[in-house]
Design a protein around this ligand. Structure first.
Ligand code: UT7
Length: 338
């Protein structure tokens, strides 16, 4: 029996209308445009404003665009996985809310928490449902409202993050296209360096934990920076070696968008030129599970059937990995939404 592969057959995305530039951020945090630009490479980030506007608002818009672009009737979808660390609520899953709002009446759905690696873990999980023949149409959405977790008094984290969502459709294809290989890793030893201490059952939110700001992101930036560069480099190198991919064969490296310096350091260690790296951290900041699909959303027009791409990511957990995929369609021919 011929092996079934899982191809990405369309991309949708959404970023909120409100754009906060470094000048505005500098009024909320003790920072400045020059520091943020040189140390992180972010100029603007999108912020979801308004009462009771959760991550699902953005994920729904990304999925609606995806259904439109891929000419998919909602009832055809078998599974939706939502990668997020900022669900609307602990339960029900944001995936359930998104599926209901977009009319996916025949799909089961669940959230997957892998922090900045959430989209990649969800992509491999969804691909496996396709490869086994269990599902024919799977939507993977990566979405986060990171500004809901920020403490603007903490200048070491406030300039980094933004809000956004991206979604892809996975469908069966022949072995020339789709997901070819992945190396996915976790280490809970990273817990102490990147966490939100009061956000779950161990230390429930109380007035005291709020006063201590334990319900906001904590990060030891330098430890995370070094671990991100070394681990994204090593899994990408390994996946290139075991699939016989030379730099010249690669169309794009699609790195997690946490810091332009991290992207540059990984690319330089792998001798991958800048022009082969997808970069949009400058305008969106780090949208956590949203970064990788938002890269595809921005670069879709440049992608052609047969292009070899490698995703790589690193985030809280620690979680990290690389995934090798052969692109399955000509982006320019994809239907556009007005
Ligand atoms: O997506 C999840 C994974 N997260 C990441 O991959 C993030 C990894 N870490 C990083 O990207 C970087 O470590 C940061 C962007 C968080 C920080 O950059 P850095 O170059 O490591 O800065 P640093 O922490 O070494 O701080 C250097 C200086 C310090 O001042 P002194 O001690 O040298 O006087 C900081 O107090 O910069 C100061 N500083 C700032 N100054 C202006 C720190 N944050 C700011 C700021 N504005 N926002």
């Amino acid at each position: 029996m011929e092996k079934i592969n899982a191809a990405i057959t369309g991309v949708g995305g959404y970023v909120p209308e409100y754009i906060m530039d470094n000048e505005e951020l500098s009024k909320l945090s003790d920072t400045n445009d020059e520091w943020i630009t040189t140390r992180i490479g972010v100029k603007t980030r999108h912020v979801l404003k308004g009462e009771e506007q959760g991550t699902s608002v953005m994920a729904i818009k990304a999925v609606e665009e995806l259904l439109f672009k891929t000419n998919t009737r909602p009832e055809e979808v078998d599974l939706l996985i939502c990668a997020t660390v900022t669900p609307d609520m602990i339960f029900p899953a944001t995936a359930n809310i998104v599926s209901h709002a977009t009319g996916l009446v025949n799909a089961f759905s669940f959230d997957l928490m892998g922090a900045c690696s959430g989209f990649l873990f969800a992509l491999q999980t969804g691909a496996t449902y396709i490869e086994t023949g269990k599902c024919k149409k799977v939507i993977i959405v990566g979405a986060d409202k990171m500004t809901s977790l920020l403490d603007y008094d903490d200048r070491t984290t406030s300039p980094i993050f933004g809000d956004g969502a991206g979604a892809v459709m996975l469908e069966p294809c022949s072995k020339e296209y789709g997901v070819q290989d992945s190396i996915l890793r976790t280490s809970g030893a990273g817990e102490q360096y990147l966490n939100i201490k009061s956000s779950g059952s161990r230390c429930p939110v109380t007035k005291e934990t709020i006063d201590k700001k334990w319900n906001r992101i904590y990060q030891d930036g330098q430890v995370v920076y070094k671990a991100a560069v070394s681990n994204m480099t090593s899994t990408t190198r390994e996946i290139m070696e075991r699939n016989n991919i030379e730099v010249g064969d690669l169309k794009y490296l699609i790195p997690h968008q946490a810091n332009k310096r991290i992207i540059d350091a990984v690319a330089s260690r792998l001798n991958i030129p800048e022009v082969k790296c997808m970069v949009n951290v400058t305008k969106y900041g780090n949208t956590t599970a949203g970064t990788l699909p938002l890269c595809l959303w921005d670069y879709e027009q440049k992608l052609r059937a047969g292009d070899k791409v490698i995703f790589t990511t690193f985030g809280g957990g620690f979680t990290w990995g690389s995934l090798y995929l052969i692109w399955a369609y000509n982006g320019r021919e994809m239907k556009k939404r007005d």
